[in-house]
Design a protein around this ligand. Structure first.
Ligand code: GLN
Length: 296
């Protein structure tokens, strides 16, 4: 009996099924992830993986691939294994020090951009910048904006600095500061403040599922109800907003009402909340109008 030779795609298919079953992924997600791991291990493009089926056969013996597959099977996020994640059409470096940028956060960028005219030389502050994804995405879309981004974690700032250098060049337009929210910003005002702060409640069950288990707690946990950071940001923001300036914050699926309440208590007007692609009220904001009242 002659030995049967497995067709080239078989190893990948087998690994995709293992991933699907271990992590509860769809067939498509699992297939896509094993391809990404192999592309990275072999240092080839997706096009060559498709054009040269014999490459897929190397999956069974490639040590780098096999090690990364084991990490993924153990639940580690693919973004941390590949050290990158796409956000707003750009590829950002990520490490386990930073939150993995999420598609729903693109809504925060959209809402910021809608409120910045293309030629306006305004100052924008990003609080708790993490990988720098939000600030850098805004900077890339609005060439006249000057940005400040802060984080209380030095490790996050290193990642943000790396992304800034790679995507924005010399970084003159983005100032990165080590600061616990507004602490290092005394006396500074901005035309816009954006933030995706930690807003998950401490006992939230989804902390025990999927990628989030591997993400930094400092970027996720917002106290007993998840509202501590949002409370601090909304209450202090007016002191750092120029007249007419916007504060826009991402928040949890059930926090829109609480955040809107905080915004109005802080004296902000024109309060808005918008839904992400999943239909969840995800970003709320308001405008600091004091000082413009009566001047039209
Ligand atoms: N949206 C994230 C999650 O629930 C939380 C991000 C955050 O706390 N800023 O997975």
């Amino acid at each position: 009996m002659s030995a049967t030779v497995a067709p080239p795609g078989t190893a990948l298919m087998h690994d995709a099924i293992r991933l699907r079953d271990a992590l509860g992924l769809s067939n498509r997600e699992a297939r896509n992830e094993v391809e990404l791991l192999l592309i990275r291990a072999l240092q080839v493009t997706r096009a060559s993986l498709i054009a040269r089926p014999e490459l897929a056969a190397q999956a069974a013996t490639n040590e780098i691939y096999l090690r990364s597959l084991e990490r993924r099977l153990a639940g580690e996020p693919i973004a941390y294994i590949l050290s990158e994640r796409e956000f707003y059409g750009h590829v950002f470096a990520v490490t386990p020090d930073v939150l993995i940028p999420r598609p729903e956060t693109e809504l925060l960028v959209d809402m910021a951009l809608e409120r910045i005219r293309p030629d306006a030389p305004v100052r924008v502050l990003d609080l708790g910048t993490g990988s720098g994804a939000i600030a850098i995405a805004i900077a890339l879309e609005r060439p006249h904006v000057m940005l400040t981004a802060v984080d209380a974690s030095a490790a996050c700032l290193r990642v943000a600095r790396f992304n800034c250098a790679r995507l924005l060049g010399n970084g003159e337009r983005l100032k990165l500061l080590h600061s616990d929210w507004f602490d290092a910003l005394a006396g500074t005002t901005f035309e816009m403040i954006v933030s995706n702060p930690p807003y998950v409640a401490e006992d939230d069950n989804h902390l025990k599922q999927g990628d989030i288990r591997f993400e930094p707690r400092h970027a996720l946990l917002g106290g007993p109800k998840g509202l501590d950071a949002l409370e601090r940001i909304t209450s202090v923001a007016p002191r750092h907003l120029a007249a007419g300036g916007w504060l826009l914050c991402e928040h949890g699926y059930d926090q829109a009402e609480a955040v809107r309440h905080m915004l109005s208590r802080a004296g902000l007007a024109d309060i808005v909340s918008e839904r992400d692609l999943a239909g969840v009220l995800r970003v709320s904001g308001g405008r600091w109008l004091t000082g413009t009242v009566g001047t039209g």
